[in-house]
Design a protein around this ligand. Structure first.
Ligand SMILES: [Zn+2]
Ligand SMILES: [Zn+2]
Length: 785
């Protein structure tokens, strides 16, 4: 790696917190180096004053006074708007930015109702215990008479549970507790449910995929029990900004939901730069490793340099890196560069480790806020304390997967009245490449939607079993549970789980059904530390072959382990703590057959399909790659059995004639389709919140079931999770983005930033970058948009 820049000691002499240069000057300094300008776009996100609204007439004076004591003199307009809708009985989702005050939007109608009706109750659901704990404090701080907010989760002592059921009127819990505890014990909760006015679903965008599909049915079960006790509570949901939040919330709850999306809270201005690390000169790439050779400067190196530069300029900077090891690499490289410039200056940079105690972490945050530390490299915004805001610069090393996470991270920058700098550094990944060349996808209207599929038979069947165990199912219930409910009930009767009587369907067993909200993808595999016998965690069966094969590097709460053995018969992987400087990447081989076609578009020489498929895949080897550079060390074989998956896929076919007419040589068709498949998988998270474990792909010049050149992209979970369906519904936009990401990558013949995949079972061979663009042009020319 060539030395890249000189840190100017003169700038280091002016070090003091907050005395740094203006964002535009700082950015100019950062980009004024090297031959090519790495900045692909600069967006000035202007400061916005808040738009307050009067308190709603129905908000009691006591409640207004309580909020005023907490510093809220008036709601912002979007809070008032959502609160008004909810108070009037309309199910509503507030989908606005981080720190826009979504909690007031549900606290206002919920607490006003609790004060007006001394019997009414509220149920609040959070995806994490920590968030529920924050919220219970926030409500308790209002000191409202008779509300008695309380958390009810797995940690709640038995002795307190009965008191909460009887006396709390604002119960905060999570979907797992609702599923395992509250709904099965609904008789004990009848008093609470009989008076339930509101159900608050916070951070509802986290309920996606298979988990989201399960939660959708847990909410339907809740609605059913409420109805049995004569209640129809109003749902108030809070979501990160996303594409079509009303539809996503509607799918989650099964109810018509109105969305409030205009954010009227104040925010500081941010200068936001999109940054693409430069391609390395060919000689710098290892000639032996054609497969996944790092041809771009690594995002970690680039981020470390930027961190050193900002710290040298006296700017308090937070760098977000996706892995703990990566965060340490960034911090270490930045420290080294700073110490070379000014001995001792490196001490002002630290890595923020998840393994640290809470007090140690708060101490690091305090040091950064006060300017004792100037740079911190951290893995995850959610682990950081809520007070750590108002930084001068935020560096984001690699797109964090969703727009919500991106803005959550960028939101740590900017003090009131002062501009801040945010930089997104692209990793070598097709989605990152697309985003830095398409600022509208980062700054424009969101298209990424939260998807889930309540009709998934692998979710619906078990959930109907749970519902029947809580109270016999009636024909009217089937409508509540939606498409496929009747078939699922028939299958449960057939399997002997339910008995049909004139009054409905009855659960036949003494024990309740055992259903895991996180999926039924094979029995979970336990991860056990060999030396101590300590259970570190579990991994679902479907992912275990990829994540827990012998030799795999396994991360648990930021600590790195290496797998010694994976015993599938015992469902157990033995590991030992070790922190190698490589990561592991499993590769599989896949075959696929079409079971049925659900929907299709006949577009002349091009066909687009959605349907059920059977996928057989086998993890056959894994690669070891250096963390700092991405360089491939070696590929090692594995001996694991094949796995079968019935799921949902989207696929497109092209006629051989149309490919020939577009100039694709028949010999290059496999490489063209394969390259298009990789990039299409990489770009799907643009349309639907998912990651690469959620989807898989297969391409072939002739598939026996389609008898044509075909690219398949399928959901990696039994029964599907909504990703392929979303891809089908947005096919032209999705494939347009795929085409652009490939065409806009400056590499010669394909790289990890466009068509190479770290997960490829074929060692990224064959791949034809130029022909992939031709293939997608043919598809886009024929497909109706
Ligand atoms: Zn490329
Ligand atoms: Zn591949």
């Amino acid at each position: 790696m060539p030395p890249r820049h000189d840190l100017k000691p003169s700038s280091a002499a002016t070090l003091s917190a907050g005395a740094g240069p203006a964002p535009a000057d700082l950015l100019a300094r950062l980009r004024a180096r090297g031959d090519a300008d790495p900045v692909t776009h600069v967006e000035r996100v202007p400061a916005r004053p808040g738009t307050p609204a009067p308190w709603p007439d129905w908000a009691p004076a006591g409640l207004r006074a309580a909020f005023a004591r907490r510093g809220v003199v008036a709601p912002w307009r979007h809070q008032a708007e959502a609160a008004d809708l909810a108070y009037a009985g309309t199910h509503v989702v507030v989908a606005t930015g981080t720190a826009s005050g979504k909690s007031l939007a549900y606290q206002l109608p919920a607490l006003a109702t609790l004060l007006a009706d001394p019997r009414a109750t509220v149920l609040y659901l959070a995806p994490t215990k920590a968030l529920a704990a924050d919220q219970v404090r926030a409500v308790a701080d209002l000191e409202l008479e008779g509300v008695r907010p309380a958390c009810y989760d797995g940690d709640t002592p038995r002795a307190e549970r009965e008191w909460i059921r009887r006396h709390s009127r604002f119960v905060l819990t999570n979907p797992d507790m609702l599923h395992h505890g509250i709904l099965p014990g609904h008789a004990q909760w009848s008093g609470f449910l009989r008076r339930l006015a509101y159900v608050v679903v916070d951070e509802c965008h986290t309920y996606r995929g298979v988990f989201g599909s399960h939660v959708a049915h847990v909410l339907r079960r809740l609605r059913r029990q409420c109805a049995r006790y004569g209640r129809t509570p109003v749902f108030v949901l809070a979501s990160a900004t996303s594409g079509d939040p009303a539809a996503a919330a509607g799918r989650l709850t099964g109810l018509p939901v109105t969305a409030v999306t205009e954010d009227t809270s104040p925010r500081g201005g941010v200068t936001f730069a999109l940054w693409e690390p430069p391609l390395l000169p060919v000689s710098a790439a290892s000639p032996d490793d054609v497969d996944l050779a790092p041809v771009r400067r690594s995002a970690l190196r680039e981020t470390a340099d930027l961190l050193a530069d900002t710290v040298a300029s006296g700017v308090r900077t937070l760098a977000f890196v996706r892995s703990r090891r990566g965060a340490e690499v960034v911090a270490a490289n930045a420290r080294r560069a700073l110490d070379e410039a000014v001995p001792g200056l490196g001490d002002r940079v630290a890595a923020y480790r998840a393994g640290y105690l809470r007090e140690e972490r708060r101490e690091l945050e305090r040091a950064l806020l006060h300017g004792d530390l100037l740079g911190l490299a951290s893995t995850n915004a959610l682990e950081l304390g809520v007070d750590l805001v108002g930084l001068d610069a935020v560096l984001i090393c690699g797109y964090p997967g969703t727009r919500a996470s991106l803005w959550q991270q960028a939101g740590r920058a900017g003090r009131s009245g002062q501009e801040a700098l945010a930089v997104l550094v692209a990793r070598d990944d097709p989605l990152d490449t697309y985003l830095v060349h398409h600022p509208e996808a980062v700054f424009g209207a969101p298209v990424e939607a939260t998807v889930l599929d309540p009709a998934n038979p692998y979710v619906l069947g078990p959930q109907l079993a749970c519902a029947a165990a809580e109270a016999p199912l009636t024909p009217a219930d089937l409508e509540l549970f939606g498409d496929g409910a009747k078939e699922a009930v028939d299958a449960l009767v057939e399997a002997g789980a339910l008995r049909q009587r004139p009054t409905g369907w009855y659960w036949r067993h003494r024990e309740r059904p055992e259903v895991d909200l996180r999926g039924e993808d094979g029995a979970p595999v336990c991860v056990v530390e060999a030396a101590t016998g300590r259970l570190l965690g579990t991994v679902d069966g479907g992912s275990s072959h990829f994540l827990l094969h012998a030799g795999a590097v396994y991360l648990h709460q930021g600590v790195s382990y290496v797998v010694d053995t994976l015993d599938l018969a015992d469902g157990c992987a033995l590991v030992h703590p070790e922190e190698p400087d490589w990561s592991t990447h499993a590769r599989d081989v896949t075959s696929l057959s079409v079971v049925s076609v659900r929907s299709y578009v006949d577009a002349g020489p091009v066909g687009l399909f959605l349907g059920e498929v059977d996928v057989t895949s086998q993890v056959v080897s894994y690669q070891r790659r250096r963390i700092a550079t991405g360089e491939v060390i070696d590929t090692r074989p594995l001996d694991l059995p094949a796995r079968e998956l019935r799921t949902v896929a989207v696929w497109f076919t092209l006629s051989p004639e149309s490919l020939a007419a577009a100039g694709v040589d028949p010999a290059d068709v496999p490489g063209a389709l394969h390259a298009a498949e990789h990039a299409a998988i990489g770009l799907l998270p643009l349309m639907a919140t998912c990651d690469r474990w959620d989807i898989g792909g297969l391409s072939t010049a002739v598939h026996p079931d389609t008898e044509a050149p075909t690219v398949f992209v399928y959901d990696g979970h039994p029964g599907g999770a909504g990703f392929a369906e979303r891809a089908y519904g947005t096919a032209s936009a999705w494939l347009r983005a795929t085409r652009d990401a490939i065409a806009e990558c400056a590499c010669e013949s394909g790289c990890p930033s466009c068509v190479q995949s770290p997960k490829c079972g074929n060692g990224n061979n064959p791949l034809s970058k130029a022909d992939a663009v031709r293939v997608l042009d043919v598809v886009l020319a024929n497909l109706p948009s």
